[in-house]
Write a protein that binds this ligand. Structure first.
Ligand SMILES: [Zn+2]
Length: 141
């Protein structure tokens, strides 16, 4: 199969996902306390987690380790001193309840984990024509 012809569903099939499982390229919204930095094993945003804040958007990168889904967090903070991919507000066909309506960044060297049981608020699937989509796709092909 040529790389350029790999569809979303073919990639998912190669990764062994069933349709009901967390899906690569999907955005979800979390309580800060649910988003754990893989390197420190602490919340990605400890102070916000301590305050009980809600609203961290994370894109799933497809890895599932046991009961955890892995992803990259997004932020609307400017001048973040980490490796990022800039993201623009999404526009989708139809009326999805998309939560990606602000300019921001995705921290692509800060892998985070969330319990699969905390994947409660689905936002949308990352549009296929973005730099972020291409980056995550390249991680697996
Ligand atoms: Zn969206």
């Amino acid at each position: 199969m040529a790389i350029s012809s790999a569809s979303f569903d073919e990639i998912r099939a190669q990764l062994g996902y069933e349709s009901e499982n967390p899906r690569i390229f999907e955005w979800y919204c979390f309580f800060e306390s649910e988003v754990i930095d893989n390197k420190s094993n602490l919340p990605f945003a400890p102070e916000k987690a301590h305050r009980g804040s809600y609203g961290r958007r994370v894109i799933l990168t497809g890895e599932v380790r046991g009961a955890n889904a892995c992803g990259f967090p997004s932020t609307t903070a400017e001048q973040y001193q980490k490796k990022v991919i800039a993201i623009s507000p999404h526009s989708h066909d139809g009326n999805q309840k998309c939560r990606m309506q602000e300019k921001g960044s995705v921290l692509i060297n800060v892998p985070v984990s969330m319990a699969v049981s905390d994947l409660n608020e689905f936002s949308c699937t990352e549009p296929e024509n973005t730099e972020l989509y291409s980056y995550i796709k390249r991680l697996y092909i």
